[in-house]
Ligand binder design. Structure first.
Ligand SMILES: Nc1ncnc2c1ncn2[C@@H]1O[C@H](COP(=O)(O)OP(=O)(O)O)[C@@H](O)[C@H]1O
Ligand SMILES: [Mg+2]
Length: 414
């Protein structure tokens, strides 16, 4: 990141000594906006590909490809000889790797794509907590990308007007995304289905509904319209209309109990609740369950709408990894142990997502772990972050498969 700043300073030095005192009026604020736009443009042109578009360059070695395709390496090599698929040599590397496109081609060739059985339905997972900064977006986006790499057709819905998930896909929400590209028109009622908002991403099989600041208006519209239409009914109906095209729909909701958040809670078939093992986050997660219970009970009483989830799981997130047995680490261990005692396996995943410089550094370049391949941070930090994300995703998949018996059988036999 440092070179970015140096370059930026060189090209954009402002004269800070012009005035002794400042009076920040609308005019100055407009100037502030202009400066912000400038730095965003600068960051974009330096971080993304030359055309400003994200690409997914990750390639998979034969062992990884074999696991992803669900066929033995010899079978894959055979298919390569027949020309059904091909591996490329990475630029400047002697190691051959399969791109995700080739892997998907192979999946089609062997008919090993994970698709639902006739009577199985798409899962709708909301990564929920009313607190910000607990890792919701990071978990939602990593999980969405991981599942898409496994071959599932995934839709990620960014429902937060702060649009962090949208950013991780390479968009600058208030430059690249218009209010009409978000779910705002759907909540307004000018769009009757959600199809218009679904777009492809750099990862095959992963679609995105982006957000930007204007989406916040949906909060008011839904509230203002409550006599015409139940406030919770928008997203459940919208998702009903698109879910046949996906195996998994992941929602990244805003960190508050507003209209959009309630819609996500009602539309969801399962909840993942990220919780850093720190006292404040722990108590606010307890409050989350409290408010969840009250909200759902109210909806049930008022509207007669039955709500139930396949699973609700806490995910330990952003846990500090310390080499020494320091006070912080011990305090976190204590809270984690307490949480495990209170919630047990029934309501908590085993996996722990550690606080990791790899995840944070990747995010500051608008990337996920799957897009950095270890070059942004040290390889060790990258590997251990990847291991914790992998393990969390595996666990979630395991939970999902419990509700998809025929797909589970298909995947086991592959
Ligand atoms: N496991 C992690 N390790 C380090 N930083 C993380 C991790 N997960 C999230 N972050 C960072 O913490 C901040 C908040 O995370 P985010 O996923 O946006 O939380 P939320 O969506 O709950 O507000 C972001 O800057 C993000 O990059
Ligand atoms: Mg978020």
């Amino acid at each position: 990141m440092h070179f970015l700043l140096v370059n930026y300073k060189k090209n954009n030095s402002h004269n800070y000594k012009e005035k002794e005192t400042m009076n920040v009026s609308i005019k100055e604020l407009a100037d502030l906006v202009q400066r912000s736009d400038k730095i965003i443009k600068h960051i974009k042109t330096h971080i993304f590909s030359p055309d400003g578009q994200k690409r997914f360059d990750k390639t998979f070695k034969i062992g990884e490809a074999s696991a992803l395709i669900g066929r033995h390496p010899t079978t894959i090599r055979e298919a390569e000889k027949q020309g059904a698929i091909s591996a490329d040599r990475n630029e400047g590397s002697r190691i051959r790797g399969f791109s995700l496109e080739e892997i998907n081609k192979a999946r089609r060739h062997f008919n090993t794509q994970p698709r639902l059985g006739a009577d199985e339905e798409a899962a709708v997972l909301s990564v929920h907590n009313f607190k910000g900064g607990v890792g919701k977006t990071s978990i939602a986006v990593h999980l969405a990308q991981w599942l898409a790499i496994q071959g599932f057709r995934v839709l990620l819905i960014d429902l937060d007007s702060q649009a962090s998930a949208t950013t991780l896909f390479g968009y600058t929400p208030d430059m690249d995304i218009d209010g009409d590209d978000t779910l705002l028109p759907f909540f307004e009622g000018t769009q009757r289905t959600m199809h218009y908002a679904i777009r492809d991403t750099q990862i095959e099989n992963l679609s995105l509904i982006p957000a930007n600041l204007q989406l916040y208006n949906a909060e008011y519209m839904v509230a203002a319209n409550h006599e015409q239409r139940p406030i919770y009914s928008y997203l459940p109906e919208g998702i009903e209309g698109i879910k046949k095209d996906f195996e998994v729909i992941i929602i990244d909701p805003p960190p508050a109990l507003g209209m959009l958040s309630i819609n996500a809670l009602v539309a969801a078939t399962s909840l993942l609740v990220p919780m850093p093992p720190r006292m404040l986050d722990f108590t606010s997660s307890l409050q989350f369950f409290n408010m969840l219970h009250e909200t759902l009970e109210e909806i049930q009483e008022h509207f007669g709408q039955e709500i139930s989830y396949d699973f609700v799981k806490l995910v330990t997130s952003k846990k500090k990894q310390r080499t020494k047995n320091e006070k912080y680490a011990r305090a976190e261990d204590d809270i984690l142990e307490l949480a495990r005692n209170v919630f047990g396996k029934e309501y908590m995943l085993d996996s722990i997502i550690y606080e990791s410089t790899a995840i944070d550094n990747a995010a500051s370049e608008f990337k996920t772990l799957f897009e950095i391949q270890g070059q942004t941070t040290g390889y060790k930090s990258y590997r251990s972050a990847m291991a914790s994300i992998d393990s969390m995703c595996e666990e979630v998949l395991h939970e999902l498969l419990a509700y998809w018996p025929s797909l589970k059988t298909k995947m086991k036999s592959a």
